[in-house]
Design a protein around this ligand. Structure first.
Ligand code: FE2
Length: 439
């Protein structure tokens, strides 16, 4: 097979989809699952039903879940999200009921939602059956980002939607009971790919990045975006609850950011964001053979400043930055991430890294021949320190050709996992997951 005929990277190695839906009970455990972990770990990812998709990001969503109870791994299930697209409906760009629901899965106000940034949320049961779209009683008329933020201070869910038609970007907020209470168009210059945003105790921060709608990429059937040298990059800072006239734009060096680890405000009102930062992304459009690398960077936006201060926090390649979500919008000292490398098909992921931003020290857990996906922080119920809890995520075991759900002690991530739950099948490298404790 010549290089040009090689399968795209998302069909190779552990990025390749699985074709069966499995239910397995009473999974084998090496080590001990903390008994207080009662709930569901669920993680979403792209898993094309037909084995082909125009891009890694375009496959049908499949959620993988493991239910933990009383120190046991009760069950594992993997289920495709039953979207209209999964059922065979044609792709309709711009239609918020046409999406793959493949990027994240979250719980808010008693609802479990599978999310992709171009469509409405898709509700799921705890057993991962698809229940249908949620449009918040008909009030939500834009797409819903895959990276909403739950404010731990108010229980509110903050999110945005973007689209190809004006208004290109809209900010929304849902109250703690699940009622859509605010929708606010945000004026931007054009349609760009906006993957994430940030909240602080007093503000929301939106990104306006230079990866813009690209007709040529759309016509190739891949993600319809490409890098622009002209668009520039800005952050939109808006006081929570204020009208759009209070929106302030702040310049940053042109770059792309999928993921914000967290943001917070310092005593003098400076807003700090820690992000996984790409120097540029998708010049000429998305590639089928490679993916760019990001590093951890800090933006600081002083009160009244028109430009952010920028500081690299480290030089290793990482993605999937996460913090203790109890600190979403509040100061954090610890960031967890997955280390990445250039060989995306064979071994893009190798270890989980923990940054202690106070001491400047890092710790890592090297899975050697295992491939970790995103790791999510789960706080201990009586935890006092920011890192008093666990990290949980799937690791593909090449030797077994199957995956484990691995639980690490977040205070000693380099140590042997405290539990490895053996799954009977492989979980492909996917996107985002969350721990959903039982009520
Ligand atoms: Fe993401």
């Amino acid at each position: 097979m010549s290089q040009s005929e090689a399968a795209p990277f998302w069909e190779q190695g552990n990025l390749a989809p699985v074709q069966e839906e499995i239910t397995a009970f009473d999974l084998p455990v090496e080590g001990a699952i903390p008994p207080e972990l009662r709930g569901l770990y669920a993680r979403n990812g792209a898993n094309p039903r037909q084995g082909h998709a125009g891009h890694w990001f375009m496959g049908d969503g499949m959620v993988h879940g493991v239910s933990l109870r009383d120190g046991r791994a009760e069950w594992y299930r993997n289920r495709w999200v039953r979207t209209p697209r999964f059922a065979g409906a044609p792709r309709k760009p711009g239609d918020i009921r046409s999406g793959t629901a493949n990027t994240n899965v979250i719980a808010h106000a008693g609802r479990i939602m599978a999310l992709v940034e171009v469509a409405l949320p898709m509700l799921m049961s705890r057993e991962l059956e698809t229940l249908g779209f949620d449009d918040y009683d008909g009030k939500l008329n834009t797409a819903f980002t895959a990276h909403p933020k739950i404010c731990p201070l108010t229980g509110e869910l903050h999110f945005f939607g973007y689209g190809h038609q004006p208004p290109y970007l809209t900010y929304h907020a849902v109250d703690a009971s699940g009622r859509l209470m605010r929708s606010q168009p945000i004026p931007v210059k054009g349609p760009t790919m906006v993957h994430d945003f940030a909240i602080t105790s007093g503000h929301i921060v939106l990104m306006d990045p230079p990866v813009v709608f690209d007709k040529a990429s759309a016509q190739r059937g891949t993600m319809p975006f490409a890098w622009s040298d002209d668009y520039g990059a800005r952050l939109g800072v808006l006081p929570r609850g204020a009208g759009v006239e209070a929106l302030r734009w702040v310049e940053v060096e042109p770059c792309y950011v999928y993921h914000v680890a967290n943001a917070f405000e310092e005593a003098d009102g400076t807003i700090v964001l820690d992000v996984a930062w790409y120097r540029e992304h998708w010049r000429g459009g998305p590639s089928s053979t490679s993916f760019d690398n990001a590093v951890l960077k800090r933006w600081r936006v002083a009160p009244g400043a028109s430009r952010a201060e920028e500081q690299f926090l480290d030089d290793r390649s990482i993605e999937f930055p996460r913090v203790n979500d109890q600190l979403a919008g509040s100061p954090h000292a610890v960031v967890y991430a997955v280390e990445t490398n250039d060989d995306i098909a064979a071994a893009r992921y190798s270890s989980v890294v923990k940054y202690d931003l106070t001491s400047g020290k890092t710790a890592r857990h090297d899975f050697e021949t295992g491939l970790p996906s995103e790791f999510t922080y789960v706080p201990a119920a009586d935890g006092r320190a920011e890192d008093d809890g666990w990290l949980i995520g799937f690791v593909y075991d090449r030797a077994r050709h199957a995956s484990d759900l691995v639980i690490l002690d977040a205070q000693r991530i380099e140590a042997k996992p405290i539990a490895r739950i053996g799954l009977p099948v492989r979980v492909p490298q996917g996107f985002h997951g969350n721990w959903m404790p039982d009520a």
